[in-house]
Design a protein. Structure first.
Length: 193
């Protein structure tokens, strides 16, 4: 993230959350920017990453709408996936740790709730579960409302946060806090309903 080419990006999602709270392992890197749409030169990013890593892979198309992904590393069996995407304006202050610009916990909570509204994966529930003992669910919803003021779907968050239909089929995150999926589901049901 020290490279100028990434200066407008913030680390978001599970990796940013894992670095801040240490609750689970994360296997990818999500970098989001609130820079003006079409202002990022994704071809330059592609060239930079191709020159920096032994193994490089990406989408076969050069057409980039809201973002793209890259796989970089030592080999096809030893790489990390990097997602680079445009996002809505960040509304909470960034956190900078050792030159790594990250979304704040509030921003990540809001973004995770947005993902849950659209179906959510097991890891998203896992991430949000960490905060159930720390802050109220209404406070979490207030972060969502601040980040997405135009979205009136916040009334659907409660029913969606206890709908585990799709997430039940998902892989189990590598938890560092000795929690299990059944406990997490029961906790959400008890605290949200």
């Amino acid at each position: 993230m020290r490279e100028e080419i990434f200066s407008s990006f913030r680390l978001v999602g599970g990796t940013a959350l894992s670095l801040q709270i240490g609750h689970r392992m994360s296997v990818d890197i999500d970098l989001f920017t609130d820079a003006e749409y079409r202002s990022i030169d994704f071809k330059s990013v592609k060239k930079f990453l191709q020159n920096k890593y032994t193994y490089f892979n990406t989408s076969s198309t050069d057409i980039v709408a809201f973002g793209t992904y890259f796989e970089v590393g030592n080999s096809k069996n030893d790489f990390v996936k990097i997602d680079l995407y445009y996002t809505d304006d960040f509304v909470f202050e960034e956190l900078v740790v050792d030159t790594v610009r990250m979304a704040s916990l509030e921003e990540i909570i809001a973004m995770k709730l947005d993902v849950v509204l659209r179906g959510g994966r097991k890891k998203d529930f896992w991430d949000l579960h960490y905060f159930l003992e720390k802050i109220t669910f209404n406070e979490m919803i207030s972060y969502f409302q601040k980040r997405y003021p135009y979205n009136d779907d916040f009334s659907k968050i409660r029913p969606m946060i206890v709908d585990f239909t799709a997430a039940d089929l998902d892989f189990e995150p590598n938890c560092l806090l000795s929690k299990n999926w059944e406990f997490i589901k029961m906790d959400f049901i008890e605290k949200i309903l």
